[in-house]
Write a protein that binds this ligand. Structure first.
Ligand code: PLP
Length: 294
């Protein structure tokens, strides 16, 4: 991954009347230190983020990402971001990305401990090469997430639907998957409901019907999954949000892990049980996901 660009933002109030936010942006060297040691993002993982895929300088689904940033901010009691300011910051970063695939990250932290304001910044970097996952697929194992499907409603302080900076657990799950000989994981609630990957949403196909776990289950509502469902629906295919028992993963005719930078990776095995790969549909999904999307 090569860093291309970093922009610090002076966060504007969500009702700011400004229409041009360039005066609130400061370009900094992405290789140079930029954060205070008192930052709560680094001390506690106390903040939120978004990762946006960029193809040939076009940032994909910016509105969906900025809206999810605002949703995460609400769940975390962070000041509401100004959507227009973040849109402009993304466009500024996208202009630095050049040809090929890149990733823009938006980060909003609670700021410096006892400090006056949140800290906000946007980075752009070249994307990792995901072509192998898109064509060869990924072997997954199911991992217990350690809470039942009632936990999101019962314990909102777990911030289960927010995209917070606290991803150590998600990274540990991927390491555990690798220890078990797989490439990635799918979290399952302790009462046996399929949830999401540590960095992806899950889409299943049974016949001509496509399903994904309902976002109310304490998972992130994936922007890629939303976009794929809109694309499938436009072709007259049936899609649904459902509570999916873990067995639905094993009986699927095809399954994918989808996310903004990886795009669609077909699942080739679940807990060692081989799954058929729908190569034609996978290729057409990735062609669609690589086309400019707003
Ligand atoms: N679920 C989790 C936990 C994620 O971290 C991600 C993306 O990183 C997703 C789902 C997929 O979200 P998106 O498609 O918006 O990238």
């Amino acid at each position: 991954m090569t860093w291309r660009f970093c922009l610090m933002l002076e966060p504007a109030a969500s009702d700011s009347p400004l229409t041009d936010f360039s005066a609130t942006f400061t370009v900094v060297d992405p290789a140079a230190p930029a954060l205070s040691v008192g930052e709560l993002s680094t001390q506690r993982g106390d903040g939120i983020f978004e990762s946006i895929g960029v193809v040939d300088g076009h940032a994909q689904e910016v509105a969906a990402h900025v809206e999810r940033l605002a949703h995460s901010a609400r769940l975390c009691d962070l000041p509401a971001p100004h959507l227009g300011q973040w849109h402009q910051a993304v466009q500024r970063a996208a202009a630095e990305c050049g040809p090929g695939e890149a990733v823009i990250k938006l980060i909003l932290s609670r700021g410096v401990e006892h400090g006056p304001a949140p800290t906000a910044w946007v980075t752009a970097a070249t994307a990792p090469d995901n072509s192998r996952a898109r064509t060869e697929g990924v072997r997954v194992v199911t991992l217990d997430r350690g809470f039942d499907s009632g936990a999101p409603a019962r314990a909102p302080w777990l911030l289960l639907g927010a995209k917070t900076l606290s991803y150590a657990v998600n990274m540990a799950a991927i390491r555990e998957a690798r220890r078990r000989g797989a490439d990635d994981a799918i979290f399952v609630s302790s009462d046996g409901i399929a949830l999401e990957g540590p960095t992806s949403s899950v889409i299943l196909r049974h016949g001509d019907r496509f399903t994904t776990p309902a976002p109310g289950a304490g998972i992130l509502h994936g922007t890629t999954q939303l976009s794929v469902f809109a694309h499938l629906e436009a072709q007259g295919l049936e899609t649904a949000y459902e509570q999916l028992p873990v067995d639905a993963l094993r009986t699927a005719d095809a399954a994918w892990l989808v996310s903004s930078v990886r795009l669609a990776a077909p699942v080739t095995a679940v807990d060692g049980l081989e799954l058929a790969v729908d190569r034609e549909l996978t290729a057409s999904l990735n062609r669609y996901l690589l086309s400019p999307r707003n």
